[in-house]
Design a protein around this ligand. Structure first.
Ligand code: SF4
Length: 147
């Protein structure tokens, strides 16, 4: 993937106008979206848990079957198709930030040029996530983000 340095395309286009490479480059690789979530039926509030999707390689925060993820995992969403679904993403996610008219954070790889800055800022889930299991109740593993 080739993205020109100092090309702040995300400030000049809306999400629907991005090329495929531009879209993919917005993902910081935190894998927070790969954690199981709970939704309060009354308020709609979303709660993240430490339980990660079975397809996620937790230490690297990478999906092991990215191209086929939506076929393999019920409920996995292609964000480019589900444009109205940003509300359940973490508040740090570039897609949600841009959908809400906000700026990307300083640790974002496209802003600082360092793919590790996101981890240094405590955004990645590799240090605390655990693999999902039928024996684990997600409500026992709710997390609160520090950032
Ligand atoms: S939460 Fe957003 S930035 Fe983080 S991995 Fe998921 S799509 Fe990418």
């Amino acid at each position: 993937m080739e993205i020109k340095k100092n090309n702040y395309f995300w400030q000049e286009k809306n999400l629907q106008q991005l090329t495929g490479d531009e879209w993919e480059s917005l993902c910081d690789g935190c894998a927070r979206c790969c954690l199981h979530k709970l939704e309060d039926e009354d308020t709609g509030e979303i709660f993240f848990t430490r339980l990660a999707c079975r397809l996620l390689d937790i230490p690297s925060c990478r999906c092991t079957r990215y191209a086929k993820r939506c076929e393999l995992v019920e409920g996995c969403l292609d964000l480019r198709v589900g444009f109205s679904q940003f509300h359940w993403l973490p508040s740090t996610c570039a897609y949600r930030l841009l959908a809400e008219g906000k700026a990307l954070p300083q640790w974002h790889p496209l802003v600082c040029g360092d793919t590790q800055a996101m981890h240094a800022a405590g955004i990645g889930i590799g240090s605390f996530a655990i693999a999902e299991s039928p024996s684990l109740d997600p409500s026992d593993f709710v997390v609160e983000w520090l950032v």
